[in-house]
Design a protein around this ligand. Structure first.
Ligand SMILES: [Zn+2]
Length: 286
């Protein structure tokens, strides 16, 4: 298993913000201390402006360098554009590793799935997954499927990839919840599976299973997983009901699919995040 990460992604923080540096630093420490899953650590590398601008407007790219908060959840930080760019680079590196036959998890911050073509929101500045999916199409993939199991709807990924015939997007998320979208399928290629707050765990798992079945039916030649761990029952930001073993079950599902898979970290705000990620990765590796 390849872990794409960079210590520098912990170099910015906002007092009291749940999207905090220790999400990564504690997970890195946990992964380094365990011996069951052999890991190779890979730096994120770089991403060209050309690749970023497939998913985002020039105005948005320029706005990321302006010292002004985007919304209450999404503050400006000095160098946030560089941090977001490196996080997107990590997603690209994981995608390329998957195409080369490796299992790769990009564990970077900031996350990306709420960022739209023109707007930073919900702790997200650049849409790492959309940038990686569009890059995959540019290098010859015919059908890229995105599976987003973060408890929040991946509105940004959906908006950027909507009706792009080379992509299909599947999201299982809580509704009502931030950002309020994802109540129904959209266009030709975006399939949403909303679950109410405090949905019993067995039902949440059933919904995930049917979404994965739908994804397999679209016959992707590459699968990108927006892996958010905030549907965990102990997460402070939502009212999901998944347990640690359910993330292992998801990893196991992605191990069994035929197409190459890469995963990138989205949300996950509980103290248990390091254990949840390790369970997912171990099962995915098999
Ligand atoms: Zn989330």
């Amino acid at each position: 298993m390849k872990i794409v990460t960079d210590e520098n992604c912990t170099a910015y923080h906002h007092e009291g913000h749940p999207e905090r540096p220790s999400r990564i630093s504690a997970t890195v420490e946990h992964l380094q201390q365990q011996l069951q899953l052999p890991l190779t650590w890979i730096p994120p590398g770089t991403v060209s402006e050309e690749s970023i601008l497939r998913a985002h407007s020039v105005d948005h790219w320029e706005r990321l360098a302006v010292a002004e908060d985007f919304d209450v959840d999404t503050p400006f930080f000095p160098d946030i554009r560089a941090h977001a760019r490196t996080s997107a680079a990590g997603a690209l590196t994981a995608m390329r590793l998957a195409l080369a036959g490796e299992k790769a998890f990009s564990m970077m911050r900031p996350p990306g799935h709420h960022a739209t073509r023109t707007r930073a929101m919900g702790f997200c500045y650049l849409n790492n997954m959309a940038i990686a999916a569009l890059e995959a199409l540019a290098v010859g993939c015919k059908k890229v499927a995105i599976f987003d199991f973060d408890v929040h709807h991946g509105n940004g990924t959906e908006a950027i990839l909507l009706n792009n015939p080379g992509t299909c997007f599947f999201s299982v998320h809580q509704h009502p919840c931030y950002p309020g979208t994802g109540t129904r399928n959209l266009g030709e290629n975006c399939f949403n599976f909303p679950v109410p707050p405090q949905t019993p765990r067995a039902h949440y798992v059933e919904v995930l299973e049917s979404a994965v079945e739908a994804l397999v039916k679209c016959k992707p030649d590459l699968i990108g997983v927006s892996a958010g761990f905030d549907a965990f029952a102990g997460d402070p930001l939502a009212q999901g009901s998944l347990l640690q073993e359910d993330f292992a079950w998801l990893g196991d599902l992605f191990r069994k699919v035929k197409a190459p898979v890469f995963s990138i970290l989205e949300g996950g705000y509980s103290q248990e995040l390091p254990e949840l990620i390790l369970s997912y990765l171990k099962a995915w590796e098999g």
